[in-house]
Write a protein that binds this ligand. Sequence first.
Ligand SMILES: Cc1cc2nc3c(=O)[nH]c(=O)nc-3n(C[C@H](O)[C@H](O)[C@H](O)COP(=O)(O)O)c2cc1C
Length: 190
Amino acid sequence: MKKNIGARLGLYPTPVVLVGTYDGTGKPNLITLAWAGVCCSEPPAVQVSLRKDRYSHAAITERRVFTVNVPSKKYLTEADYAGIVSGRNVNKFESAGLTPLKGEVVDAPLVAEFPVSMECKVTHVLEVGSHDLFVGQIVACWIEEEALRGGGKVDAGKIDPLAYMPGGEYFGLGEFLSAGYTVGRNLIKK
Ligand SMILES: Cc1cc2nc3c(=O)[nH]c(=O)nc-3n(C[C@H](O)[C@H](O)[C@H](O)COP(=O)(O)O)c2cc1C
């Protein structure tokens, strides 16, 4: 039996990413986001949604670039921290002990310690309601070499990402289940 719990966010789970920007003075900043995801293959693009009052919102609006950094589970504390304090008042990189690296293509900082970082250029902005949705075309994707398995595949265990349950809980990644586009074939009638 399923129960209607109303118009709630039921997309369980969402990723946890830290978006990197430089503010007006050139100080690097990070914001933790759970409202983020892939939105296009060609061109490769991601979407991130921010409330207007976030310090990072102004930074993205100004430079029209940002990075999306995927933390490993071991950076849970740093990821949560960047979602609690504002870059208006602190340098989150310094206080979390994270290293900002200059983007190669865009004017936004990458997190050196995280296994994946994407450099993005804003192509669309959509005012949805409480949040503005920014579409970022990916112009470079940096990945920990150890996580590369060849054939375009990435070792999920080496990335070890966080998942977020809307409502407020973090989880780790579960076990490997199957290759994609395979097991579903069992239901195609011969
Ligand atoms: C797990 C988690 C997910 C979050 N997701 C979002 C989000 O998707 N959009 C948003 O605007 N704020 C989100 N926040 C809140 C911001 O990260 C938080 O307000 C942050 O302090 C803003 O930083 P800034 O002012 O330096 O930009 C989230 C916080 C946490 C802990």
